[in-house]
Design a protein around this ligand. Sequence first.
Ligand code: SF4
Length: 103
Amino acid sequence: MTVQQEVPAAGAGEALEVWIDQDLCTGDGICAQYAPEVFELDIDGLAYVKSADDELLQEPGATTPVPLPLLRDVVDSAKECPGDCIHVRRVGDGVEVYGPDAE
Ligand code: SF4
């Protein structure tokens, strides 16, 4: 019997995207260690998501797709994030599946 939901609870075929609330970011860099392909610290000391072509996305609330092979790293980042500010949501309906606002 499975009592604990593990990754990927959202369903393997479901497209997910991630964004960071920089207002709460502590700048510790945990996310960039877990998933450097997705997260990066800027010179302002805060973490941002990156586009698929490695560009830092600095608009507030900017999202980037979560590559399936990196899902676990991104989810672990959200779980470990001291600022509780990494949000992973379904592209289809915008529902947060990992992060502080997940059900
Ligand atoms: S883990 Fe969270 S608090 Fe730490 S740098 Fe990344 S987004 Fe900011």
